[in-house]
Design a binder for this molecule. Structure first.
Ligand code: 4NP
Length: 167
């Protein structure tokens, strides 16, 4: 588990924000798959789950069609709309979870307070079994990149749940 202070969220849902560069491939997939997994555990009421990007270039768009198609084949519907991360997000969310080191660097630059910076982690840090220390950007590659994203998410998100769920 990444070094961070344990958030105070007794009595309300745990707030998780997934972040990537464009918010059209990795982080909307993480959002949808984590929501799906949390529901399978009967814990939907215990979580608030969202995603955001570090650039506004795709603002308002549905996730990338390739990402949606690969996810749909595994039974996941990606229907969020891209939005850039906001100043308020750093106060609202308990966990701000990036996909790669470039995401982390930018999140730490944007974090308005030390406490907010302490909320930032990368998804594979939550998962001892992860074969990768980051979730690679599939945007400029082929089909295998999208499958790899989904493989990593399916492996790591249950660990994130186990380590963040309210006790
Ligand atoms: P994502 O993938 O960060 O996983 O959503 C990308 C999406 C768009 C771009 C880069 C990566 N882009 O350069 O527009």
């Amino acid at each position: 588990m990444p070094p961070m202070t344990h958030p105070q969220h007794e009595g309300r849902p745990v707030r998780v924000l997934f972040v990537c560069l464009g918010n059209i491939c990795r982080s909307p997939s993480a959002e949808a798959l984590f929501r799906h997994y949390v529901a399978s555990q009967g814990a939907s009421e215990d979580y608030e789950i969202d995603s955001a990007g570090l650039i506004a270039h795709h603002q308002g768009e549905l996730p990338d069609g390739r990402m949606r198609a690969h996810a749909a084949r595994r039974g996941y519907t990606l229907d969020s709309r891209s939005r850039p991360i906001t100043y308020e997000d750093f106060f609202h969310f308990d966990y701000i979870i990036g996909m790669d080191e470039a995401n982390r660097t930018r999140l730490l630059e944007l974090a308005p307070t030390e406490e907010a910076a302490g909320k930032v982690s990368l998804l594979p840090e939550w998962c001892a079994e992860s074969p990768r220390d980051h979730v690679p950007d599939p945007y400029y590659g082929g089909a295998e990149g999208f499958e790899h994203v989904l493989d990593l998410l399916e492996l790591c998100l249950p660990s994130l749940y186990e380590k963040t769920r309210p006790t």
